[in-house]
Design a protein around this ligand. Structure first.
Ligand code: GDP
Ligand code: MN
Length: 378
């Protein structure tokens, strides 16, 4: 999960990494009020999960609350590389003397965090790496040993003398933030030296490992803000693996391999899947019901294909789960169910006895896929 800049700065603050005072705003009026509270010159910054906001016009200086409102009006609703701006961060403007780059990422090949620092900040690090690789100091940090003063001194040795100590101190804090936060990236671009000699994080990019979210209740609020898709929202709450695709056949199965093969069959039958949804190998009836609710609430879905193999889960429980879900959601599209494995016959019988309009049982995956594609067309 990639945190927005303001979220990253909230996290930084907890680690005592210096950031500018600011407010998060959903409207231009809020931006005006924030600028008034902060006082003096402010920066209005688009909050989107993509870089290069500066170049796209998503970062603007404002000299008065009135100007902050105007800039926020311009930025809110802006499309920055496919991301629509829904919030702006208004912060106290910084007088910049120098812009640097600092980051810690996970180097998967080495199996260790990699810290990087460059005196050339405010530009893409990839660009610096291509043109002037010597300008970047890189060092791997043993996670058990942690960052030591000599690491930080080496990393910051290419910066201006007056910035080195402050930047080294920030590196130590960034490393703690990276480790405690289960981050895969913490990046400060630019890290700046201010005209009055302080080192300060002007931007914040923090990516956290989704699999560690359960250890960070404070991230859950961020996840809710970042998950705008309604189906994805339910899926995350119920721990269901869900990915939206752009077809018309809603697919639900148990086990990633089975769902992937189901997607292949839908494709082979001439259709396109609307999603990937895996309720998990040992899914309960309740979990199945939640999965169905997700698929059926997607307006792009024209038919639903449920493909369950009863290995750990029993097909009779799956069938009950389906009936349970159909009580809660309105079945507006045809549904094809293929049940196989443990208690498959019982499961099919339960569905047949319920005799629900629009629900067809199909004995094989291939037949089920063809039928679901055909029904989506009708
Ligand atoms: P990005 O373009 O998405 O990486 O957004 P950044 O937060 O890195 O901002 C881009 C650029 O805007 C920075 O490199 C600065 O040059 C400029 N900028 C951002 N905040 C301030 C500020 O407080 N004062 C000044 N003078 N410039 C700023
Ligand atoms: Mn930046």
């Amino acid at each position: 999960m990639d945190l927005l800049e303001y979220m990253g700065k909230e996290v930084f603050k907890r680690y005592d990494i210096p950031v500018s005072e600011g407010r998060i705003c959903l409207t231009a009026e809020e931006a005006e009020a924030a600028a008034k509270q902060i006082g003096g010159q402010v920066v209005v910054k688009a909050q989107v999960q993509v870089g290069g906001r500066g170049k796209a016009g998503g970062i603007q200086l404002a000299n008065s609350p009135d100007e902050a409102r105007q800039k926020a009006e311009q930025i809110l609703g802006m499309d920055i590389r496919g991301h629509i701006v829904e919030r702006v961060w208004v912060e106290r403007a910084t007088d910049i003397s120098k812009e640097y780059y600092a980051s810690i990422t996970l180097d998967r090949r080495e199996g260790r965090p990699l810290a990087m620092c460059s005196a050339q900040g405010g530009v893409d690090i990839e660009e610096v790496a291509a043109k002037d690789p010597g300008a970047i100091r890189r060092i791997h940090i043993d996670p058990l040993v942690g960052i030591k003063p000599f690491h930080a001194r080496y990393l910051t040795s290419g910066l201006d003398a007056e910035a080195r100590e402050g930047a080294a101190d920030i590196f130590a804090k960034l490393f703690r933030c990276f480790m405690d936060g289960d981050a895969s990236l913490v990046e400060v671009n630019p890290l700046v030296l201010t005209t009055d000699g302080r080192v300060h994080a002007l931007d914040a990019k923090v990516s956290v490992d989704d699999n560690a979210l359960f250890r960070h209740p404070d991230y859950l609020e961020y996840r809710d803000i970042l998950t705008t898709d309604p189906q994805e929202k339910i899926a995350k709450e119920k721990s269901i693996a869900y990915l939206k695709l752009d077809g018309e056949v809603g697919v639900m199965g148990n086990g990633a391999g089975l769902v992937m093969s189901t997607l292949d069959l839908v494709q082979l039958a001439g259709g396109k899947a609307a999603n990937f949804l895996d309720v998990g190998g040992g899914a309960s009836g309740e979990q199945i019901a939640a999965g169905l609710e997700i698929v059926l609430s997607d307006p792009k879905v024209r038919s639903v294909l449920v493909n369950i193999f009863g290995g750990i889960v029993r097909c009779d429980l799956v069938a009950s789960g389906i009936l349970d879900a159909l009580q809660r959601v309105d079945l507006k599209v045809p549904m094809v169910v293929r049940l196989d494995g443990t208690n498959a016959a019982d499961g099919r019988r339960i569905l047949e006895d319920a005799n629900i309009d629009g629900v067809t049982s199909s004995p094989t995956m291939w037949e089920a896929a063809q039928l679901a594609v055909q029904k989506a067309r009708e």
